[in-house]
Design a protein around this ligand. Structure first.
Ligand code: ADP
Ligand code: MG
Ligand code: ZN
Length: 485
């Protein structure tokens, strides 16, 4: 039967590093990068006899993530050892959570477009647990050896497990994007896919409309871009449909996505929970929250995207489409919020952000993670343009320099002679000389041929060369000509 007749069943396991200063069970720096093995200590490099101490901030961040994804929080939570032997994990077990994770039963709404249709769906979150990240292996092909960098070992990680509620590549992609956004707004993770701070495993099976139970699934590990998530789901649906069509069985296994070939390949047949021989970690204190703890953490959650969207489309009267564009990028939304404090003109700022900033972001001229301009100076520029202190096209020129090198728009405009002075004395002087020098045209105007106004206006604008706005020149010229007739 055609691929479209199978119902895809998809669940995600999303790993996201938490933005704490130190690691989850020791005081080593949790920052990304650093010289290899420079951010390690006896605890995170797994030396015997060391004692891990849990980082309270990491626990609170995980709970915040739970609230951001609509979860209930377990007041009593336990850490377990997940045993596996692989050189990226020097202890030979990972401290994780099995039966009593910090957060359970959430929901994340997603909005997306598929086949030109607007869709909305609520995706259930099964659980969020806190664990430690593993190190990185560097495979040196030249010398045929593998080296381990343990800087990432012990960085706090949350694993978000969804119910198998997704059914298309677009839904999977949208959910990961939405969860990233919520975690960024909650302030618990920066979700930089290219740095691996959010990674995703995709579980997929197919069923026929008449089936009563889910089919056998494959798990594709460690996807680190939205595009590869989309392509993996797309590929895997086709692969499984082909096998099922031929009457073959799907093997439950772990697969890897090859970005270059655009296909998935077998990594290992799937292990079950009992293969990991989980047991409660005797070194880690259990978590016991009071109601006060939980309400304090919940109240510390900053303004979330849905709240901003409501504010933008409501109080600020921004059209929904534009409001969504801004809200869906936390950096832009923060920039907008800060700019509003300096120049309270939401519409104008939104137009500038979408028309100029995003355009230059797409051209690769602006890195919104570390822009060269501040919200305050951007707001100042938009105000200068709105109040016609500079022309719209000069404002774009000024912003080009601000985006590239920074600087105050007023200084740049002055340096470049772009400030429109609107000095009435000067305008009148120019008008007088234009009138004196164009007797014929002026007489035509006086005799009722108002068409020549445009010509006279043009002469004045040329002579003033941007020193006054068209509006002011027009007003003054009209006044003057009327006084002559
Ligand atoms: P495990 O413990 O083996 O990792 P889980 O029950 O924790 O399995 O599920 C892992 C992920 O796989 C979840 O996101 C879940 O929604 C998804 N999943 C479970 N069964 C199926 C299935 N038959 N098809 C697709 N996804 C599934
Ligand atoms: Mg799992
Ligand atoms: Zn350490």
């Amino acid at each position: 039967m055609p691929v479209s007749d199978y119902i895809p069943v998809i669940g995600l396991e999303i790993h996201s590093e938490l933005l704490t200063k130190s690691k989850v069970f020791c005081t080593c720096s949790a920052e990304f990068g650093g010289d290899k093995n420079s951010r390690c200590c006896p605890v995170c490099s797994g030396l015997p006899g060391t004692l891990p101490i849990i980082n309270q901030t990491a626990v609170e961040y995980a709970v915040k993530a739970g609230y951001a994804l609509g979860c209930s929080i377990n007041k009593f939570s336990v850490f377990d050892r997940k045993n596996y032997f692989y050189p990226d994990l020097p202890k030979a077990y990972q401290i994780s959570q099995l039966n009593l994770p910090l957060c359970i039963n959430g929901t994340v709404p997603i909005d997306y477009e598929e086949n030109g249709e607007k869709k909305h769906k609520e995706i259930r979150i099964n659980r969020i647990h806190l664990e430690e990240d593993a190190g990185k292996l560097i495979h040196d092909d030249l010398n045929g050896v593998s080296l381990a960098d343990y800087n990432r070992c012990g960085i706090p990680l949350i694993e978000i497990v969804t119910e198998p509620d997704l059914s298309s590549p677009e839904e999977a992609r949208t959910l990961v994007e939405k969860i990233s956004l919520l975690l960024q707004y909650a302030g618990v993770s920066d979700c930089k896919m290219e740095q691996g701070s959010i990674r995703c495993d995709v579980n997929i099976s197919l069923m026929k409309p008449t089936d009563k139970e889910f089919g056998t699934r494959a798990e594709i590990k460690n996807l680190n871009s939205l595009k590869s998530i989309y392509r993996t789901v797309e590929y895997e649906i086709k692969r499984q449909a082909r096998l099922l069509d031929r009457g073959e069985k799907i093997v439950q296994e772990t697969r890897r996505f090859d970005d270059n070939k655009g296909e998935t390949r077998t990594m290992r047949t799937k292990e079950d929970a009992h293969d990991y021989k989980y047991f409660p970690d005797p070194d880690i204190r259990q978590v016991n929250f009071t109601d006060e703890d939980l309400s304090r953490i919940r109240n510390s959650l900053p303004e979330m995207p849905y709240e901003r969207l409501e504010k933008y489309t409501g109080k600020l009267s921004i059209p929904e489409k534009e409001a969504r564009i801004i809200v869906n990028n936390k950096r832009l939304s923060d920039l907008f919020e800060d700019a509003l404090k300096c120049y309270n003109n939401p519409k104008s700022l939104v137009n500038f952000i979408i028309g100029e900033i995003m355009r230059r972001m797409n051209l690769g001229e602006i890195d919104i993670e570390k822009p060269m301009f501040t919200a305050e100076l951007m707001a100042k520029l938009v105000e200068m343009s709105d109040t016609e202190k500079v022309t719209k096209s000069d404002a774009k020129e000024i912003f080009r320099e601000m985006a590239e090198k920074g600087g105050d728009p007023e200084d740049i405009a002055k340096r470049e002679g772009m400030i429109i002075e609107n000095d009435t004395g000067k305008v009148l002087e120019v008008i007088d000389s234009v009138i004196a020098g164009n007797e014929k045209a002026v007489n035509q105007y006086k005799s009722g041929d108002v068409k020549v106004f445009g010509f006279l206006m043009g002469q004045c604008s040329k002579a003033l060369r941007g020193a006054a706005t068209p509006k002011v020149i027009k007003e003054e010229l009209e006044k003057k000509l009327k006084s002559l007739t």
